[in-house]
Design a protein around this ligand. Structure first.
Ligand SMILES: NC(=O)c1ccc[n+]([C@@H]2O[C@H](COP(=O)([O-])OP(=O)(O)OC[C@H]3O[C@@H](n4cnc5c(N)ncnc54)[C@H](OP(=O)(O)O)[C@@H]3O)[C@@H](O)[C@H]2O)c1
Length: 277
């Protein structure tokens, strides 16, 4: 039910809802909860079919799949540990076989245990780097190879963090993984640009409604005060705050943006301590 009115050189389309990701296939790693789940649903609302990847919580992944299907899109859940190359191969091949292609990859899966630097074990260090950084490398390389082979002008979005450029004490391993991820974004942007693949990132600040930190962590009054005293917008972020930027980077609206990371933190990373009210 739509018509095109032509008025001079300007074309006005009346009555049609234009979706930004119609007929695209998106793979969102770690979309069984939190930011990844929000992005998967946000993409589906814009017309994309979605591959929901999860690590351990199948029931939550199925919940995301059902929400996407109820929006009228196709969706499948695939278990894979992004830190393991065999799992990643299975994930990408399985997604491609079931949905026919991948236009958009969001490297979102991540973990963030809090351990003071003097106590970080080799095991924790290796695991955090493996999931947050190596996982993005493995998924991106496998997907980019297929995009190049099939001449797909794809989009790769890395979910980083303000911790990639600003130290949070107690998370040296995590901070380093996100700093590395930002450099992976830039490196891939340079090498994949000639194939018309856009590579960009998102750097959220403190986002509530996710499971990355233990329950109650974000609600702790001391933590809240510390964050809010440095946040010009005066509130913590929500998953929904991340979705618009993800849709933008996944759509053609951002097709000349390459190698950049959008910071979504209410201004947390630009403000120093406050001396006056
Ligand atoms: N929340 C924040 O304040 C914040 C701020 C900045 C950046 N971020 C980044 O945002 C991303 C999403 O975090 P979130 O806060 O939404 O956390 P979350 O709710 O805990 O979600 C993490 C997701 O990653 C998946 N995952 C974990 N390890 C995995 C692995 N080895 N292989 C595949 N999937 C794995 C989880 O799957 P299962 O459910 O199956 O375990 C889950 O779906 C992370 O990269 C995080 O660093 C978050």
């Amino acid at each position: 039910m739509w018509e095109i009115c032509t008025h001079g050189p300007v074309k006005i389309i009346v009555g049609e809802v234009i979706m930004k990701l119609e007929n695209k296939v998106a793979l969102v790693t770690g979309s069984s909860s939190g930011i990844g789940k929000g992005i998967a649903i946000g993409f589906a609302k814009e017309g994309a079919n979605v591959v929901v990847n999860y690590h351990s919580r199948k029931n939550l992944a199925e919940e995301t799949v059902n929400i996407v299907k109820n929006l009228g899109r196709r969706a499948i859940a695939i278990q894979a540990d992004v830190a393991k190359i065999d799992d990643v191969t299975g994930l990408i091949d399985g997604a491609w076989a079931m949905l026919g292609k991948i236009d958009i990859l969001v490297n979102n899966a991540g973990i963030s245990p809090e351990v003071p630097f003097l106590k970080v074990s080799e095991k924790t260090w290796d695991r955090v780097l493996a999931v947050n950084l190596k996982g993005a490398f493995l998924c991106s390389q496998a997907v980019a190879r297929k995009m190049v082979e099939n001449k797909i002008s794809g989009k790769i979005i890395n979910v980083s963090s303000v911790n990639g450029f600003q130290v949070e004490p107690g998370r040296a391993h995590y901070n380093v993984s996100k700093g590395g991820l930002d450099m992976l974004t830039a490196s891939m942007a340079v090498e994949l640009g000639p194939y018309n693949i856009n590579v960009n990132g998102l750097a959220p600040g403190v986002i509530t409604g996710t499971d990355i930190v233990p329950e109650g962590f974000m609600e702790d009054p001391q933590f809240n005060e510390a964050v809010l005293s440095k946040t010009p917008l005066g509130r913590l972020g929500t998953v929904e705050d991340c979705v618009g930027a993800a849709v933008f980077l996944a759509s053609d609206d951002s097709k000349y943006i390459q190698g950049h990371t959008i910071i979504i933190d209410g201004g947390l990373s630009i403000q120093q301590y406050r001396r006056i009210e």
